[in-house]
Ligand binder design. Structure first.
Ligand code: ADP
Length: 248
């Protein structure tokens, strides 16, 4: 469903350049929950933002559902709002002056979908039901808890029926108890929906608990790509062993 080939990206900074991505390649099958795990600065967000179209890589290719959305060779760069993706960030990025319904409906009225009001009503109802928020449609979002606000952000992304859902540190603004509860919920929901998900986290436990496959990143490179059991029990090198070891 998602294929990334040899993605590279450097940033110019005051004292030279930072190689944020140094040739990242991977494939995510339909319905898989894929997790980028690594310390801060290892390139996880740059990889995710490149898939979203929010970052312009220097080199490589990105395919979603077989269609090319970025290719340096072929000179293809499809803008973010024309990519079949949904995005959930760490900061919920919900609109505080709108209620739950409007937060979810807003992107459906514009951009890729431009749906009619009747369709929007059905679609918003569906996702609210899916996330157990049916009663909350008309609640102002500022009256919701952090966990509920994050669920609104997720509902908004799901309402677009994306081919790939991208989540960048979706839980890290929440308190630890809630994070632990939501990890399992998040994984189960995506599996239920058979939604292809790419998730970024620096939290080892979160990655091990949610990912079907985990790419461990170090300085712009994937240093191990495996299922959670293999990553945990058979780290391929010292870096992965240490990073996973830090968990305890
Ligand atoms: P992670 O998500 O793993 O924390 P990032 O992808 O955000 O890592 O960053 C990778 C590297 O690229 C870091 O060294 C970071 O400082 C650098 N970087 C990211 N975005 C920019 C930017 N807009 N300008 C300059 N450097 C950046």
């Amino acid at each position: 469903m998602l294929k990334i080939d040899n993605l590279k990206k450097s940033y110019s900074v005051d004292d030279g350049t930072v190689e944020a991505l140094r040739g990242v390649s991977l494939e995510v099958s339909e319905g898989d929950f894929f997790t980028f795990l690594g310390p801060s600065g290892s390139g996880k967000s740059t990889a995710l933002r490149s898939v979203a179209g929010l970052e312009h890589p220097d080199e490589g290719e990105i395919f979603i559902g077989g269609q090319c959305f970025y290719s340096s060779k072929k000179g293809i760069l499809i803008p973010a709002n024309e990519r079949p993706i949904g995005v959930v960030f760490q900061s919920y990025a919900i609109w505080p002056h709108m209620d739950v319904y409007e937060n979810i409906a807003f992107p459906l009225r514009r951009g890729r979908t431009k749906m009619a009001d009747d369709e929007i009503r059905v679609r918003v109802g569906e996702v609210l039901e899916m996330l157990g928020m049916g009663e909350m449609a008309r609640r102002p979002v500022i009256t919701l808890s952090g966990g509920q606000q994050q669920r609104v952000a997720l509902a908004r992304a799901l309402a677009l029926r994306p081919k790939v859902l991208l989540m960048d540190e979706p839980l890290s603004n929440l308190d630890l108890k809630l994070q632990i509860r939501l990890r399992a919920q998040m994984r189960d929901l995506m599996h239920e929906l058979r939604l292809t998900t790419v998730h970024v986290t620096h939290n080892q436990a979160e990655a091990l608990e949610t990912g079907d496959r985990i790419a461990v990143m170090e300085q712009g490179k994937i240093v191990q790509l495996d299922d959670p059991q293999t990553i945990y029990h058979h780290p391929e090198n010292e870096f992965v062993a240490r990073f996973l070891g830090d968990m305890n």
